[in-house]
Design a protein around this ligand. Structure first.
Ligand code: ZN
Length: 161
């Protein structure tokens, strides 16, 4: 299943959440959990500035869904996100049995951007979701919004100098 135009508002919301994270001094990542009927069930943005480097939005949504949704609801749900899940979040997504993932920018794109900005390598390798969770349907990147996400990362790392 390709990304439909009707799904773009969810991805735009992810970019908004990423911008909110940036305004709050955090890394610009945002994610939205959408149920089978199209309702937004939960959303979050990065919160690693708290000092806990595991506070990624995709991880929070996986744990939220485990607490609030049945296995069937989780399997039918979609996680929209500004950047492809990291291995930690891909594993959490698969362990709780969530459904499809749609991301704006891939981990490969993010890695290329951060390398160009001179950001030191992350402690976790930026593997594609399907290298971690082979059974999850994954869509992206979404070209319409990639430039916006790129701009947020440039702003974040330039601010930090
Ligand atoms: Zn993550």
């Amino acid at each position: 299943m390709a990304v439909k135009d009707s799904e773009l508002p969810y991805l735009r919301r992810c970019v908004e959440l990423a911008a909110e994270a940036l305004d709050a001094g955090d890394e610009p990542f945002g994610s939205v959990l959408v149920g089978a009927e199209g309702a937004v069930l939960a959303e979050d943005h990065n919160r690693v500035a708290s000092g806990d480097r595991t506070r990624h939005p995709e991880f929070e949504l996986a744990r939220w869904s485990a607490a609030h949704l049945t296995p069937e609801q989780r399997a039918a749900a979609t996680v929209y996100t500004s950047g492809e899940h990291c291995p930690m979040c891909a594993a959490a997504h698969a362990w709780v049995g969530l459904g499809r993932i749609v991301y704006v920018a891939s981990s490969a794109q993010l890695t290329a951007w951060l390398t160009k900005l001179g950001v030191p390598a992350a402690p976790v390798r930026a593997l594609p979701v399907n290298d971690i969770a082979p059974g999850v349907v994954v869509e992206g990147p979404v070209a319409e919004l990639t430039d916006e996400v790129h701009a947020l990362h440039v702003r974040f790392h330039r601010q930090r100098g």
